[in-house]
Design a protein around this ligand. Structure first.
Ligand code: FAD
Ligand code: PYC
Length: 418
């Protein structure tokens, strides 16, 4: 009873004081002159890297240097789909490690990241689509990852409103389903990792852009920033769409192209869709947020660029796709749209790797699908930075694969966004 009165009083006090009494969730420190490790980029992957450096490897004198505000890049711009149903063993195991971390993340961070395992359906519209689905589901199961093939009868029961007419332009024959897949709250992921990393001593420095990487005798020795120079002999770069720009500062060339990727939300409506539906054939995907908005996306804009917006033809194409899948949604009004800059590798797989510069590490190339990898990517990259060697989970994702030809082609699993 006392507790309830206290909570009600506290709520009222905070409402009347416009939250002025709230403490900060993480500090806002001045950058130090030197750190044991620097992580460039305060997206989910950078913050997760710093957290696992501190938690798993005891490296706590760490700075995350972010040019804007944390989570303001792709982390705060994505459509939050989390799944691990990739085809090739190398990718499947890395994304599955991430899935397992997602499953305990709210408890681990003591912060509700709202991970909702509502299932993800990848639709099949032709006999060949269904054969590809069967192959991928089979491969997933061999890797111990939950996956099922479902027919149109089951889709009818599970997804009200889905257009299962045989007269559709691309009739729906079935789908793959990963039941453990779903969505999470993107901002909460950044904030949860930030708060937990800060509590372990990590300095999170916002409004601090890296403008140069200092290299002496082939070794990384520090960075130039808009808030002065900072030394460190261990520097991890995790800047997604800007990976090529940062690589150039170290005289490296990455096999990365930066493209805009757009997404949209509708006005909030009552709960109508309790799962995630993706279609690589009509090129669209959709889920419903907890606020009731329909969250919609499509493929990348084909040109390269750094403007965080996209072009009109892609918007039109995406909405055509969604209306084809769910004709009733033609009556829903769209609320807003935005874009992010994604970093795409030729094999649609990431780079989590040492570089030819000693002490300089790159984590990039997650392209259109890195949100789902946030905890796993940070976990593996922290291992790589702490030990100066990759973990077996990210060893296949080194830069060398572009010289040896050992590419891991996951265009099929990336599907809808490519
Ligand atoms: P970011 O969050 O972009 O963080 C990089 C940070 O580096 C940024 O905050 C940036 O400001 C900072 N930075 C850049 N340059 C500098 C510099 N010079 N100095 C300091 N800091 C710098 N993935 C999924 O798995 N599921 C999805 O449903 C999904 N949907 C998507 C939808 C859209 C519209 C977009 C754009 C992406 C989507 N993705 C999805 C991909 C996913 O968002 C990214 O792969 C992932 O968020 C990358 O995380 P990050 O932490 O590496 O990058
Ligand atoms: O990787 O699942 C994904 C995805 C969906 C939309 C963009 N990326």
């Amino acid at each position: 009873m006392t507790m309830r009165r206290y909570s009600a009083f506290s709520l009222l006090r905070n409402a009347l004081s416009h939250n002025r009494n709230w403490g900060r969730a993480w500090r806002s420190p001045e950058p130090k002159k030197s750190y044991d490790a620097i992580v460039v980029g305060g997206g989910g992957h950078g913050l997760a890297t710093a957290y696992y450096l501190a938690k798993n490897h005891g490296i706590r004198n760490v700075a995350v240097l972010e040019k804007g505000w944390i989570g303001g890049g792709n982390t705060g711009r994505n459509t939050t789909i989390v799944r691990s149903n990739y085809l090739w063993t190398e990718a499947a195991l890395l994304y599955e490690k991430s899935m397992q971390l997602w499953e305990g993340l709210s408890q681990d961070l003591n912060y509700n990241v709202m991970f909702s395992q509502r299932g993800v359906y990848n639709l099949g519209h032709s006999l060949q689509d269904m054969r590809d689905i069967e192959r991928r589901v089979g491969a997933n199961r061999l890797n111990g990852i939950d996956a099922e093939v479902v027919g149109s009868g089951e889709l009818r029961k599970a997804i009200p409103g889905l257009n299962l007419s045989p007269d559709a332009r691309y009739p729906i024959l079935g789908a793959s389903l990963q039941r453990r897949a779903g969505v999470a709250r993107h901002d909460a992921v950044a904030w949860g990792f930030a708060r937990a990393a800060d509590a372990l001593g990590v300095d999170i420095v916002e409004q601090c852009q890296i403008t140069g990487i200092d290299i002496r005798d082939g070794k990384a020795v520090g960075v130039q920033t808009t808030r002065g120079s900072i030394t460190s002999d261990r520097i991890g770069v995790v800047v997604a769409g800007h990976a090529g720009v940062l690589a150039r500062m170290a005289d490296l060339r990455l096999p990365i192209e930066s493209h805009p990727l757009q997404a949209f939300v509708s006005e909030p409506i009552r709960p109508v869709l309790d799962t995630v539906v993706m279609s690589g054939a009509v090129h669209g995907y959709i889920s419903q947020s907890d606020k009731g908005e329909l969250v919609i996306g499509a493929g990348i804009d084909a040109y390269n660029g750094y403007g965080q917006r996209g072009s009109f033809p892609v918007i039109e194409h995406a909405l055509q796709a969604i209306i084809e899948l769910f004709p009733a949604f033609s009556r829903v009004r769209m609320l807003r749209l935005w874009g992010g800059i994604v970093d795409v590798c030729p094999d649609a797989c990431p780079i989590v790797s040492k570089t030819p510069v000693e002490g300089l590490y790159f984590n990039c190339g997650w392209g259109t699908g890195g949100f789902k990898a946030t905890p796993g990517s940070g976990w593996a990259f922290a291992h790589t930075m702490a030990r100066d060697e990759p973990h077996e989970l990210n060893a296949p994702f080194s830069l060398e694969r572009f010289a040896t030809g050992a590419l891991i082609d996951e265009h099929g699993a990336a599907a809808v966004a490519h």
